[in-house]
Every structure is written in structure tokens, then in C-alpha cells.
Design a protein around this ligand. Sequence first.
Ligand SMILES: [Zn+2]
Ligand SMILES: [Zn+2]
Length: 490
Amino acid sequence: MATASGKANWNERICRVTNCPRPTRARDRLCRSHSAHRRTRLDLSVEAWLQLPSVRALASFGDCRVTSCVRAADGQRGLCGAHDKRWAEHRQACPDADFDTWAAVNGPAGVDHIVVLKGLPIRVQRELLVMVQQRTDEGLRTFLTDVRYLAELLRARGDVPAEADPAEQPHDLPATVLRTINEHLPVLQTRSGLAERRIVELLIDTGRRPDEVCTLPWDCLDRDDNGKPVLVYTDSKNNRPGRRLPIAETTAQLIGVQKNETRQRFPHTPPDQLVLLPCDNANPDGTKPMHAETFGNAHREFIDQIADLPLDEDNTPFDRRRVVPYAYRHSYAQRHADQGVAPDVLRELMGHRSMRTTFIYYRITETRTRAAVEKVARHQFDGTGRRVFHSISGLLADEHARLRIGQVAVPFGMCTEPSNVKAGGQACPYNTPAWAAGSSAATRPTWPSSSPTYSSCSPTGNASAPPPTSRTGPANTWPHPTNRSTSCGR
Ligand SMILES: [Zn+2]
Ligand SMILES: [Zn+2]
């Protein structure tokens, strides 16, 4: 097995011209350029041709651009012959394919006799080696095909983080930004019109998609059995008409005002043909809704105009590129998540078919993590009946940036070894390939998962909360010898 992080030239032949680094697959063992040159001088023997002063080494095309590939590139495109062919086939199947994405996850070529770890994060490479070492120490055989399969699996996922928990750019807007936008809505109204302003207000209030708000029919307001207002709209993405969203009374009032205004503007149009927010141009009957793109442009100009105002929490301008109409939907989801709305309810509110989609929409903020931790902490005791979470609040203040309290990511899951957590993961004995101790069944690695599921050891088990401290271990922890006998309740 080879880690093959450098040039290994497995199954690869190099041009026979002295020092020419280019690969060859031809019978004459010449790279393509030299082969072409050779064909012009077939009157000479190969040996005589090689002696010609004009036959000189050529510049390399570099390494193949496929991350996992150990071969040299064979052309301007920067791919080896095999990958050049694969890319051409892939492009034919998916004309929109992105080269970089493809090159990052495509497997190595022509190396069926070895396992190529190149292209995998260095930590994952090490862990694979440790695993093989550990199995060997235990007298177990590890088949090359199995390791290669695991490497391919990890590579194809393409989501193995190089570093632990990269900070993700949130899509929602901070409350301060929303407040500034709200305060300056008259600017938008003056610039573009009242309809544009109302759309922003409705986007903020309802969290619907921009085109869903733009195309609301005039008769979009209903009441439920308790007399509470409901917005009736069409789920544009899934083509589901008649969707009902509970809304606040203030939002219903806003819609009511807009309904009256539109009715007065187009008194002769039957209400069932009228739209709530008619566009201004070529729309004599008020039946044409504002185009989401038209609104998007007006919104962009508006944000550009107010972007220099202090918007952020620390009074600095907020990145205006993040203030897009869709951000109001993300903010809506985040706001509800922060208020403790359960994921299944939030999924319903967002109109998602799958919970997975809903999870994309919000982050678990530290406020929520803290609330969850303290909720669990009140019920958590260690093996001797002693409270173990008394200092959680202080810990949180210190470890502000670390969302997942008391743990850091190590290659095979989460490490909860306290000294390692303190060291930000660098002190993890599992991080070094030299480690090969404690090889019992209990320390067998659990395969890493991109979205680890946590299970709390608490008898009151809050499954959605991250494991609070080093005393409890998440389900996919690779237990450390030092904390294998954790005091997890029963
Ligand atoms: Zn050559
Ligand atoms: Zn290649």
C-alpha cells in the first residue's frame, strides 16, 4: 500500500527522450509531441533520432488535476490519459458538470493493485493506516479491496472536512440588519413603489419564497376555526396550491390594507382574477403579478443604497451581498428555531417535504445549545450522585467559539478526552499514526459520518442536544482508554 502523496508513477510510463517528463502510452515509448516529431524523421533509426539536437526534453504538463491521481498530466487540460477520457465521458453525460467538483472526488486510475489515499484529508489517511495497523496487531487480515473500498467511499462522499467543523456562513440576517432594513423601507417605497415595500414586509413576516409572495392572489387571506389569520398561497417549488400558513394578526392587517388598495385601483376586475401585488407596467386589469426578478432588482438597488449604514451588531456595514430576498426566508426559519420551535413543526411551517431540507435552513445557535445543556444539566448526575454540570455556564463563556461543548472532532468521530478538548484536538492520541494501543473490540473505530447523530446519556434524553460534557459520549465516539468507563447513567 502506498500513501502516494508524491509522484509514484504507478503503471505509468514516461517518455524515453532523456529527461522528458511527459507520460506515454504509445508502443514507441514517446510522449505525444515526441511521437509526432519522430514521425517526421522515420528515415532515421530511433537511436539516431534520439541524438538529434532538436530532440530535447519538453516541459511537463504537471500532475494530473484529479486530486486522487498519482499520474502526470498528458496535455494542456492537465489530466492524465485515463482521466481525460473519463472527463470527456462525464461531460457527455452531464454537460453542466463542474470540473473542479468532479476532479475532487474522482477516483484514481490504473492502480488496481494498490490503495491510493492521496486526495483524502491527511487525518483520514492516518486513521486508515492506524486501522490497518490495529487489525494487524490483533492478528486480523485486512483485504486490500476492503481498504480501497473505504477510501473510495470516503472520497466519493466529497464531504470529508479537511479541518474540524469549518465555520459555516449563515444565510440568515442578524436582527440588527433586519431592523435597519425595516427602518429604511420608506426609501424602497420612494425608489420603487409601495408594492416592493409590501413584498419585503411580507417576506420578513411569512418566510415564503420571493416568487410565492409576488404571485399571491388577491384573495389570499383566510381565517382558521378559531378566527386566527391564515395565508393561503401556492408552494411554487413543489407546485402545491392552497397551502395554509398561520400568520400574525399584524401581517393580516398589512395584507388587508394592500387588498383594499388593489381593489380600489382595479374596481372592475373580478376579485378571483386580481392579484394582491400587481405590477405597474402593461397591466390594465391588475391581473399580472409583479415579477420576482423585477422585485429582486429593486431590492438590490435598495440594499446598495442603504448598505453603508451601520447594519451589523458591532456597528459595521454588513456584507450587502448576503442581503438577498431569499435571506428573509432563512431568517424566518432561524427566528423560529431560536424560539425553540421543534424541527417537525418548522418543517411544516417551511413547507418542506423532507426534514433534511429544513435542517439546511437554520443553525443551532449558542443560545439554543446553552438552553439545551442547562436543561439537561439540571437532571444530570454522575455515578456517585454528584451533579456534574454545575459549571456549564462558565465553560460556555470561555469556549465561546466552540459550539459543541466539551468535544472536538477527531477523524473517527468526536473526541471527548478533556485534555484533548482543551488542546483543540491536537492532543488526541488517535491523531497520530504511531498510536496502536488499547486494541480491544470496544475501541474499534466507528466510521465517521458527515452529520453525526448524538444520543444523550441522560435519563431525560434530549436526543437533539449535543452531548454536554466529557462525562457523556456521543454515539459515534471512538472511546478513549481514559474515558471508556464513563459515568453515563443507565
Ligand atoms: Zn517526450
Ligand atoms: Zn489522472
